[in-house]
Every structure is written in C-alpha cells, then in structure tokens.
Design a protein around this ligand. Structure first.
Ligand code: ARG
Length: 588
C-alpha cells in the first residue's frame, strides 16, 4: 500500500511555498487552487492576499512565480488577468504519477489518518410489512457509505434498526394464537421464498387488522397480548419471534436481489434495546434532561413548537408507561457510543424523520452521551417521486412494492442487454440483466444528492446515453474488449511521450480519484463519487474517439501508453463502482 500524492496536492504545496517566500507576513496562506479550462490548474488566492497586505496583485503573483524553484512537475506558470496564476504541469509528471497509482492495489488512494469508528444505521425495514422505495434509498445510500468509509480506513459497524417492536404485535400474535396454522408452511422443512413469506405476513396482517377493527373482544385480547409481550412472557415472545423470522426470509430475499450483503448479527432492531429503556428514562429524569408532563416523560426544546405555538416535546415514555421510538433511539445511542465505541453515528433515514433525530440528538447531547468526541449525523434523503412528480404510488393509490420495481428494472435492463449483445447465452443475459438493472436503480439513487427528491423513471435509468450506470458499465466493458483485441501489446507507462489533449484531460482526472473518495467520505456524499465516475467515462469516450489505441495503429510506445491509460481507467471505474455497490461486468 503506497499512497500517491495527487498532482493537485503537489502543485498546491509548491505554490504555498512560493507564496510564503514571496510574502512571509502572510504565513501559510492558501493559494486556492482549482482545475481550469485555460491551463491545468488556476490559483486565484493571490488577489485577496495582495488586497489584505496592500500590494499589487500582479506584482505579487510575479514574485510568487519567481520564488518557485525549477522542478519537473510545473511546466509553466503564467500570471494572467488581475493576478491569477495559470499552471500547466508536465506530461511526464502526469504519466509518472499515474504509473505510481497503477502500481498500487488501492490506486494510490491514501487512508484517512484521523479515521475512527462509524456506526451506520441503514436498511431498516419493518417486520410484517412490505418494503417500499424509502427502504430502498436507505439501503442503497447506506451500503455505499459503508464501502466508501471502509475504503478510507474507517472502522464501520452496520446496524439495521428494523421495526420489530410495537403495539401492532399484540394484534398479530393474538391472531396467530387464535388461528394457529396461519404461518405454517406447506411441506415439512421446505424452503420458503421471500415472496411466499411476505404474502403470508400480508394476509395475516390484513386479517388481524380487520378483526381488530370489528371485534371488541379481540381488540381487548390483543391489547392484553401487548402487555404480555412487553413483560417478556415466553409463549408470546416465541410467537413474536416467528413473525421476525418470517420477515427476515423476505428481507433477505430483497437484499439478495439488490445484490447487497446484509449480515444477521448486524440486524439489531428496535427490540434489541428493550433491556435499556428503563435505565435510559431513569438517567434522563435524574439528570433533569427529561421531565414529567401530564404523566409522560418529556424533553422540551425552545425551538420546537407546534402550529399553535405551544412547545412540542420529545416523548420518551408515554403516560401509560409504554416506550416509543424515541426511547429506543436514545438507548441505541448509549449502546453505540458506550459499547461499540463509536466516534461517529450516521443515520441514513428519510428526511421526514428529521425533527425526530434533531430532538433525539439534542437530548443525547444534554445527557452527555454525545459530545465533542462523538458526533451524530442524519444523512437525510428525499422522497422518491413517480414520473408525474408526485410521491410514488400505484394507479390504485397504493405504495409500490419494492420487489415489483426491481423486477421491472431487471426486465428492462435484460432487454437492453439482449439487443446489444446478440452472442450472449440466455443465462448470461439473465446475469448481466440483473447486474445492469440493479446497477441502474442504485446509480439513479446515488447520482443525485441524497437530500433531493428524485423521479423514479426506469426508461431514463436504463438508457445507454447520459448519466446512467449503464453508460459507465459500457465504458468499462468497452475497455475490456480493447484488451481482448490488443494481442501481445502491453499496457506500459511512457513518461517520455508528449500527450494529446484528450490524454492529458483523462490523466488529470484519473489523478483526482483519491481526493474524490476522501470528499465523498468526509461529506457523506456518494453523489460526488458518482459525478466523478460519470465524468471519467465521458473523458474516456473523448479519448477513445481522438486517440486510437489499436486501429489505425499508433507507434508502439504510444499504443502501450494508451493501453496503460485504458487499464487505469478500467480499474478506477471498477473500484469506484464497487464503492457504490454496482457491478461492472467484463462483457455486455
Ligand atoms: N424502520 C424505520 C422506517 O421504516 C426506519 C428506522 C430508522 N432508524 C432509526 N434508528 N430510527 O421508517
């Protein structure tokens, strides 16, 4: 593992040194470097500095240029406009840096020196309920953050805070007691599919709900059952467990379809914190963070008020003694900080729960469970909209079943694959179709910033043109096919060669991979990585059009150097897509 400093960081450092030599009183000032169309980079920090120290910016810029000793990286620095610096790096420096990246399995991406432990709360469906697009977003964004953070050296603990507790279980369990064979499976020990498991649960849910609403006697028995469940009555718990197990069969089948690795020990649902709830309340009440109000244990906030102007509290314990969502989340914070030793808590949850998390985090801060050493962040995501721009519903106004959506995406993608590659077998088409379809769904979610709502538009998602995963997957497969045709030509870096503009642009972008990953990790912003990869594929397309690799045949060294660029592009695409949880098939 050898981390490779990017050219941007090398240039930045050289300029900073030049700056402090030319203007020592500025201390370690930032030259404000960015990529530019005029040259490779532009620095425009000198303007503000000259202003601050009452100098002439162009003169200062010239002095900075003169203070930078001759070196192999900077080919040209030109003072332009009112005092900008336009910087061109040498072709050799580009190729040498890329060669150092290529020699490293991590592509030279450095590990974060300040890495800690992040607990990510994501992919949290609810027991006995169908998964919907909101659960998709949490799973997809969360899984990408797991990969991105782990790649930067962070220790990541995954937590799937499934909804496996609450009063609805009284109704479900009581129904099962009165209709004992409703969850039995046909045939002994036969594998149950996720689909079957969910349809069993659905049927049971509907039937018990209907009874609950129409039969007062059942309602009373169901309520008493909740008390038994909370008291830990064994028979009741065993039945509750059957619902959880049945649901897990379904969850895992969906995660499997999503090509997502969810592990059982990481599934710690709401029920996992039952033993802590009493103590959480006691600690909050004793410290005065929570107070009794009309029998309930509440936490109040100056800035949280209802429409009538009255404060809306966070209710930690209801007046009937029951605990809700807040008590569980507060207990989970104690567990994650004190037992799992988290330094960051990340919650990938729908933006509509933002007020809940704001109040929960603030309460935990007041209680001292969160402090300067531990931060908590909600990576809040927006709503998935239908093509019409309204929240995604079926024509009948029902929530769309996630499985149906995924199946449709796979169908559409398979059609695209079939059309393009006529020599694939049916099995290959099915495999690629799944990789392309699921990739398309994930990429559509990850390529817009999480906070924004986005339209679920399958036609757009599986399109070969534009900012889609299929476009990226094709770019990757195209490179692989070049290698198939390359014969005995090898990929080899040649720093002595002069680069064409498209090669330079591609090379400089490849060099930015590490910075992009670091930014996506630090800002919890996988869409920045997606945007980087899309740009990489676009720059590659231009390179491919302008710089022949095999036909017409360029001189041997040029061909080798181009193959080298192809190879590094493929590896960067592959690694980047893997961080987003998307496959890059070798052939499409
Ligand atoms: N199960 C919840 C839902 O379906 C999401 C849970 C979010 N995580 C949490 N720690 N509260 O909306």
């Amino acid at each position: 593992m050898a981390s490779v400093p990017s050219l941007a960081s090398t240039v930045q450092q050289r300029l900073a040194e030049g700056l402090s030599a030319a203007l020592p009183e500025a201390g370690s000032a930032d030259p404000l470097l960015r990529r530019s169309d005029r040259a490779d980079f532009q620095a425009n920090g000198i303007l503000a500095l000259a202003k601050r120290f009452k100098g002439n910016p162009r003169e200062l810029a010239t002095k900075v240029v003169e203070s930078i000793p001759a070196n192999d990286v900077l080919k040209e620095i030109e003072v332009s406009g009112p005092g900008f610096l336009n910087i061109t790096v040498s072709d050799a420096a580009i190729v040498e840096t890329l060669a150092a990246r290529a020699a490293d399995a991590r592509l030279g991406v450095p590990l974060n020196e300040a890495a800690g432990t992040t607990v990510i709360d994501y992919a949290q469906p609810n027991v006995a309920k169908e998964m919907h697009v909101g659960h998709l977003r949490s799973a997809v964004i969360g899984a990408a953050m797991v990969e991105i953070l782990e790649f930067t050296g962070e220790t990541v603990v995954r937590r799937h805070h499934i909804g496996d507790w609450g009063t609805q279980f009284g109704m479900l369990i009581q129904y099962l007691i009165e209709h004992p064979h409703e969850l039995d499976h046909e045939g002994d020990g036969a594998e149950v599919s996720g689909e079957e498991a969910m349809s069993n649960l659905n049927r049971l849910y509907k039937a018990s709900r209907a009874l609950f609403d129409s039969d007062e006697g059942f309602k009373t028995r169901a309520r008493a059952r909740v008390v038994d469940l909370q008291a830990g009555d064994e028979e009741t718990l065993a039945l509750w467990q059957r619902f959880v197990d049945e649901s897990k069969i379904y969850f895992y089948s969906v995660f499997d379809k999503l090509d997502m690795d969810i592990r059982d020990p990481d599934v710690v649902g709401e029920s996992g914190y039952n033993d802590m709830l009493q103590e959480t309340c006691r600690l909050l009440e004793e410290s005065g963070v929570a107070v009794r109000s009309e029998g309930a244990l509440c936490v109040f906030f100056d800035d949280v008020k209802g429409p009538d102007g009255n404060p809306v509290p966070l209710i930690v314990q209801k007046s009937d003694g029951g605990f809700g969502y807040a008590a569980t989340d507060l207990s989970a914070i104690r567990d994650r900080v004190q037992n799992l030793k988290a330094t960051s808590l990340l919650y990938v949850v729908d933006a509509r729960q933002s007020l809940h998390f704001k109040m929960v985090f603030e309460t935990a801060r007041r209680a001292g469970w969160l402090n300067d050493e531990v931060k908590a962040v909600q990576l809040a995501f927006g709503t998935v909209l239908g093509k019409d721009g309204k929240p995604f519903k079926t024509r009948e106004g029902e929530t769309v079943r996630l499985v149906d959506l995924l199946d449709e995406a796979i169908d559409r993608a398979s059609a695209v694959v079939r059309e393009k590659a006529r020599d694939l077998t049916e099995a290959e088409i099915a495999e690629r179709g799944a990789q392309v379809g699921i990739g398309a769904v994930k990429y559509a979610d990850l390529s817009t910033s999480a906070a924004r709502d986005y339209k679920f538009d399958l036609d757009q998602m599986v399109s070969l043109n534009g900012d889609t995963s299929v476009y990226l997957q094709y770019a990757y497969a195209r490179i692989k096919s070049i290698f198939g045709k390359a014969g005995d030509r090898t990929a080899l870096a040649h720093p002595e060669l002069e680069l064409a503009p498209a090669e330079r642009a591609l090379g400089l972008h490849l060099d930015q991979f590490g910075e992009t990953v670091a930014e996506a990790a630090a800002e919890y912003a996988p869409h920045k990585l997606a945007a980087y990869l899309y740009q990489l594929a676009s720059l590659y397309t231009t390179f491919y059009d302008q710089c022949p690799v095999i036909k017409p045949e360029p001189p041997k060294e040029v061909a080798e150097n181009r193959l080298f660029l192809c190879d590094l592009t493929a590896r960067t695409l592959h690694q980047g897509m893997a961080l987003l949880g998307i496959r890059t098939p070798e052939r499409l």
